[in-house]
Design a protein around this ligand. Structure first.
Ligand SMILES: [Ca+2]
Ligand SMILES: [Ca+2]
Length: 217
């Protein structure tokens, strides 16, 4: 018998044995069949989830009060080890650390009927309000009754630090802080500038409002 056949038979025998073992364990309700020899008490690491979304340069809405409007060009979202890392990039020269603000809205339960309905159909349950001038992002939660009463549609639900990049920002937040268990969510970002104590101007959306929300999956 050639060596290759020996290995083939041996492996086949091992597989048969494993199947039998698994079949017995399955009856007892504790089988890791098809995965590995990892004990059932050790959770399998969740696969990394990701979204990478781009937006055109030069598609901001003009406003005389803001000579250089913040122009969103890219967002990447990564979910790993129970955290969401969100990186937003702006067109070169359009990110002003003192005045640029960016908000990310998450449809955490991926249900358009819950949360605050957006123009593109997103039902926003949570959000991040990036404030580079203060070096942090505010975590906000949808307040549906407040919104219906024409008060604030989102209320503060915590904060996280942000890293300032050359043309953008990065935030890392625990999934639990934005009400997400799996990390699978839809989102949309927008850039804005506060132009007076009572007014802000939104300049750009990513993805555009005519497109479906971005999906982390
Ligand atoms: Ca843009
Ligand atoms: Ca929702």
């Amino acid at each position: 018998m050639r060596h290759k056949e020996t290995i083939g038979m041996t492996w086949s025998a091992v597989t048969r044995m494993a199947r039998r073992t698994c079949a017995a364990a399955a009856i007892a309700g504790a089988c890791g069949c098809g995965s590995s020899a990892t004990p059932p008490s050790t959770p399998t690491p969740a696969p990394m989830l990701r979204a990478d979304v781009t937006d055109p340069i030069g598609d901001t809405v003009p406003d005389a009060r803001v000579p250089v409007p913040p122009d969103l060009v890219r967002a990447t979202a990564t979910v790993e080890n129970g955290n969401l890392t969100l990186v937003v990039s702006l067109a070169p020269g359009t990110f002003d650390r003192q005045t640029t603000r960016v908000v990310a809205l998450f449809d955490t339960d991926q249900n358009p009927a819950t949360g605050i309905r957006q123009q593109n159909g997103l039902g926003a349950d949570f959000g991040l309000d990036f404030f580079p001038g203060a070096g942090r992002t505010t975590i906000v939660r949808a307040d549906e009754p407040g919104c219906a009463a024409r008060q604030s549609c989102f209320v503060d639900a915590g904060s996280a630090s942000i890293a300032i990049l050359s043309d953008g920002m990065q935030a890392v937040v625990p999934l639990s802080a934005i009400g997400s268990a799996s990390g699978r969510l839809s989102f949309q970002m927008s850039s804005y500038v506060v132009v007076s104590p009572t007014a802000s101007v939104t300049f750009d959306f990513l993805p555009d409002v005519s497109l479906a929300p971005a999906r982390v999956q």
